[in-house]
Unconditional design. Structure first.
Length: 246
């Protein structure tokens, strides 16, 4: 039997969902393929993976996409790892470097700039981490993922995009979800759900296995991140996708 190729991202926030994929019965039916968020959507389009933990903005490129299972990566308010960092208040920012690692966070930032903050900074794309050394004066930068915890110790101002989205819309924000272009059996979806739930039931073990001194991972997993793909989050996801398709 051909194994189901599952694309994953190795960030702090994905570990609870990935944990259970390494245990039977689902581990016997899948092959885990680790890549960056930006690459996973293209791999799904190129038929190099069958299922992926894809950033939400990327699914606008995927025809006939399917949301698979009952779990996602979301924030009800503060996300902690998706922030705009600067040395000056928001209204004084003139230039913003965009994190090359996350299309979804970039689209969220652009939405906030256009629809909520009503500011007009110059936006600059980046290719690597060197842009973080340029965040000074009126030049700010979007930093996502584990690196955001590092940047918190450096920059004077930190604006959490999850918090700002909640203020603007009243919705939680969905950053990533399990996406496929095919329909899986009920049996496989149940296995996927059970595997995701397993990680969420072993958070203490996950935290202990990944020592991290910059932030409480237990707090991050239980207060910042929200993993159940509820109807409210599906509505938020659809609202965001419609907004960036305009």
């Amino acid at each position: 039997m051909n194994k189901i190729r599952v694309g994953i991202v190795s960030y702090l926030n994905t570990r609870p969902l990935i944990y259970g994929l390494k245990f039977p019965p689902i581990s016997q039916q899948i092959e885990l393929i680790e890549e960056t968020p930006a690459r996973l959507a293209q791999m799904l389009l190129d038929n190099k993976i069958d299922l992926g933990l894809l950033p939400i903005a990327a699914i606008t490129d995927v025809p006939d996409y399917q949301l698979v299972g009952d779990y996602c990566i979301a924030a009800n308010e503060a996300a902690a790892t998706v922030c705009l960092f600067s040395e000056v208040p928001l209204e004084e920012i003139r230039t913003i470097y965009l994190d090359y690692q996350s299309r979804t966070s970039v689209e969220l930032l652009k939405w906030l700039i256009r629809e909520y903050w009503k500011i007009n900074p110059e936006l600059i794309n980046t290719q690597d981490d060197s842009y973080r050394s340029k965040l000074n004066g009126t030049t700010a930068g979007l930093v996502i993922g584990d690196r955001a915890f590092e940047q918190r110790l450096i920059s004077k101002f930190s604006i959490d995009l999850g918090t700002e989205w909640k203020k603007a819309t009243g919705f939680p924000f969905v950053f990533a979800a399990w996406i496929s272009r095919q329909v899986f059996s009920t049996e496989f979806i149940t296995m996927l759900n059970n595997a995701n739930a397993l990680g969420l039931n072993h958070l203490d073990e996950i935290v202990a296995a990944h020592p991290f001194s910059l932030y409480s991972l237990k707090e991050y997993y239980t207060k910042n991140m929200s993993y159940q793909l509820t109807d409210d989050k599906k509505n938020a996801l659809n609202y965001f996708l419609k907004s960036i398709r305009k």
